[in-house]
Design a protein. Sequence first.
Length: 229
Amino acid sequence: MKYKTRGIVLNYIKYGDSSIIVKIYTEAFGIQTYIINGIRKPRSKWNIAYFQTLTLLHLIVYHKKNGGINRISEVSYLGQSSILPSQVKKIAMALFLSEVLSKSLKEETENKIQFQFLYSSIKMFYDLESDYESFHLQFLMKFSKYLGFEPHSAQVVISEMDASPTNIVVSKRDLEFIENLRLLPYDNPPKMNNQNRRSVLNVILAFYSLHMGTFGHFKSHQILKEVLN
């Protein structure tokens, strides 16, 4: 049976000689995995650009209630839904955000409120033409609400870090940044330099690990740091 849903592409891997397996966070079904046969052939009816990281899509999909790999019937963009190849900083940030979402989103069930937050945040990410270097930090602080461990103040983050064996020192300046990242909208970020961002990102990732178990190694973390330097 076919269903319509919006979706956010997380990543894809090559499969066989010409196919891919793509992971998409859907509005109707949560995390889903789809196989797209023949997309890497020269005359494929599919355009692989649809399945780049964090692309926003309108989908018509086949869905099996018992899980497993499904198929896509039709696909189209939802507005401005891709990053230009020249936007190196945005590409690096998108890869990092995709890793965060892949590690955080596990449920194969509908969650419209969470999906709308993610959709709106990513759309804003596309729309911002400048001052988005701290977007990933703002996103992490705001996303914690939908994962169930939103801190009601930056001091909560510090208190939990102090009570954990992380060995991360949180400065007074970090505390101020975290509070502003939590409260300020995406289009009005706090003024931070790259050293501030690196320090605060280490604190926030450690905070996530406290609540989600081992958050694991980020392949895109080092790339992001280098690009933002």
